[in-house]
Design a protein around this ligand. Structure first.
Ligand SMILES: Cc1ncc(C[n+]2csc(CCOP(=O)(O)OP(=O)(O)O)c2C)c(N)n1
Length: 544
């Protein structure tokens, strides 16, 4: 017999039970659905679960002690959970699981699942729901979980019973790992977790990136040989390792420019890496940047468009007369395609790699955005991970890190702010032994600041530098750009973060992360140098 829980019948006492012993203890099966799910995830290579559970996920939570191989990490808000899963996947190249509490828990995590979808990373969401037979009562936490999930997921399935759940989990991991990386959401009604399962499921084969056709390679080769002024716009795995090297060979052989999207999710930069120019954010600058390009080869991305439409400004950036040519779609193997293209055109020269020249420290003065980037570049440890959510603080000074120590640069990929404190947290969990430096706008930081608590609890090597300009600065600029330039005090107060000013040292220390406030280049240098050599999380409030 597989029935495992005695559900109080409708004739059960109507008065609340005075103690748990008033009801018979549920029988515990040898392996319940939740345990079969967890064992399947581990067998399929999922070894970290970021979660914020509730009653409907208690069987999953209790299985964590019976199943070895799953690191469970608590986030104190679901946006932390989903953003951390994004950061983990960007660095680990495989999915973490999230554990989310019904529709509202998932809803809290949606913005960062949106960002993860744009970053094209794999994530397996496990979302609890009411027991199947309870859903008709419209109890307080009832909602259309599938509808919530569909908005951000490539794959959604609600498990029907405890016997299916392991097989469903194996399919969820397979779906998440489908190139270039997908969001898979498995909904788990509470009774499917607590009833008996037969066994875990075996892992399913991964569907890796599709090979690029010979024709696509021949077309790009012909375009490069034709002598037109060419550029290659890169995204995804092509911005790392073999793909980046092959792109560098092509550039050295043909003179083609190498470009990346403004918000590429991950890029290998710094000493020893092939330098890639970053597409500017503002339309006028992006158009000037691309001017003169006659052939634009696309690898893992689309032809560039503006972040927003602005009155009287173009929203497509490809120059008139330029031919965009897809070498590799995002689900295809862009790195292999670049290698094949380099071989086809006979690109034998070594790629040009950036030298190692740490940016010089600025002279002592009040902090500004340029000085912060210089100091970060100066002290950046080898093989660090940098996350960027600094909006107005960053664009102009991005080139400063070209000759800093080799590092991975992670960007806000989907435009929903509140992403990178969690992303830095997940990246640190995926990359033990590597320092993570989180460059963070103060406005954006406040959305998911609870990630600091997770950093403290997990003792993660993350240094967060808050750009404390006490403003939604970028929106002050956007006011002008969209032509809403009659803003008065009420409008401007919506973009201002004074009154009261946030006390970042107290906020951080309140969550267990040592913190310091700095206002000069010298004090930032001291604070960063000391943080780089320390273990565990630190926060530096940089006054601007
Ligand atoms: C989820 C979400 N909510 C709101 C916005 C709109 N928004 C874009 S930038 C920004 C302010 C960012 O401020 P901060 O991080 O301090 O950077 P700064 O503009 O000062 O450089 C806001 C509110 C957004 N992009 N995403």
């Amino acid at each position: 017999m597989n029935t495992v829980v005695t559900i109080p019948a409708r004739s059960a006492p109507s008065a609340p039970a005075s103690s748990a012993s008033d009801y018979p203890a549920p029988k515990v099966p040898a392996m319940n659905g939740a345990e079969s799910l967890l064992r399947t995830l581990v067998a399929s290579g999922v070894s970290v679960c970021f979660g914020n559970p509730g009653t409907s996920e208690m069987h999953f939570v209790s299985a964590l002690d019976r199943v070895k191989g799953m690191r469970a990490v608590l986030g104190l808000f679901e946006g932390v959970v989903t953003g951390a899963a994004d950061g983990y996947a960007r660095m680990a190249n495989k999915p973490a699981a999230t554990l989310l509490h019904l529709g509202p828990g998932l809803g809290n995590g949606l913005a960062n699942l949106h960002n993860a979808r744009k970053a094209e990373v794999p994530i397996v969401n496990i979302i609890g729901n009411h027991a199947t037979y309870h859903q008709r009562f419209d109890a307080p936490l009832s909602s259309d979980v599938e509808a919530f999930a569909r908005t951000v997921s490539h794959w959604v399935l609600s498990s029907k019973n405890s016997k299916n759940i392991a097989a469903d989990a194996a399919r969820a991991v397979q779906a998440a790992r489908m190139a270039p990386g997908q969001i898979a959401s498995l909904i788990l009604p509470a009774d499917t977790a607590w009833h008996a399962a037969d066994r875990p499921a075996d892992p399913l084969p991964f569907i890796g990136p599709a090979p690029v056709s010979d024709l696509a390679i021949a077309q790009s080769a012909a375009a490069l040989r034709g002598g037109s002024r060419a550029a290659i716009l890169l995204r995804g795995a092509a911005l790392r390792g073999a793909g980046l090297k092959a792109a560098g060979r092509i550039a050295a052989h043909t003179g083609a420019r190498l470009l990346c999207d403004t918000f590429a999710p991950r890029i290998e930069r710094g000493a020893g890496r092939v330098a890639v120019e970053r597409l500017p954010y503002r339309p006028a600058e992006a158009i000037a940047f691309l001017q003169g390009i006659e052939t634009l080869i696309l690898v893992g991305t689309q032809a560039p468009v503006a972040f927003f439409a602005y009155p009287d400004q173009p929203n497509e950036f490809t120059p008139a007369g330029c031919r965009p040519l897809v070498l590799a779609h995002p689900h295809e193997d862009g790195a292999a395609a670049l290698e094949a293209l380099a071989d086809t055109i006979g690109a034998r020269r070594r790629p040009i790699e950036s030298p190692h020249r740490r940016p010089e420290l600025p002279s002592n003065r009040q902090l500004d955005n340029e000085a912060i980037m210089r100091i970060v570049g100066h002290y950046l440890p080898d093989n660090a991970i940098l996350t960027d959510e600094i909006l107005t603080g960053g664009f102009a000074h991005y080139p400063l890190l070209e000759t800093a120590s080799a590092h991975d640069y992670l960007n806000l990929s989907g435009g929903a702010i509140g992403n990178m404190v969690p992303v830095a947290t997940g990246a640190a969990i995926a990359s033990p032994g590597r320092k993570v430096i989180c460059l963070q706008g103060d406005g954006s930081a406040m959305y998911t600041l609870q990630a600091l608590w997770t950093q403290a609890r997990e003792k993660l090597d993350v240094i967060t530098i808050i750009y404390a300009n006490r403003s939604y600065n970028v929106l002050n600029q956007e006011l002008q750009r969209v032509g809403a330039n009659q803003a008065g005090p009420s409008a401007l107060s919506m973009l201002d973060l004074h009154n009261p000013s946030l006390d970042w040292v107290k906020l951080s220390e309140g969550m267990g992360v040592e913190a310091v406030q700095v206002g000069t280049t010298q004090s930032l240098s001291h604070a960063l140098e000391s943080a780089v050599h320390a273990n565990g999380p630190r926060l530096i409030e940089a006054l601007l």
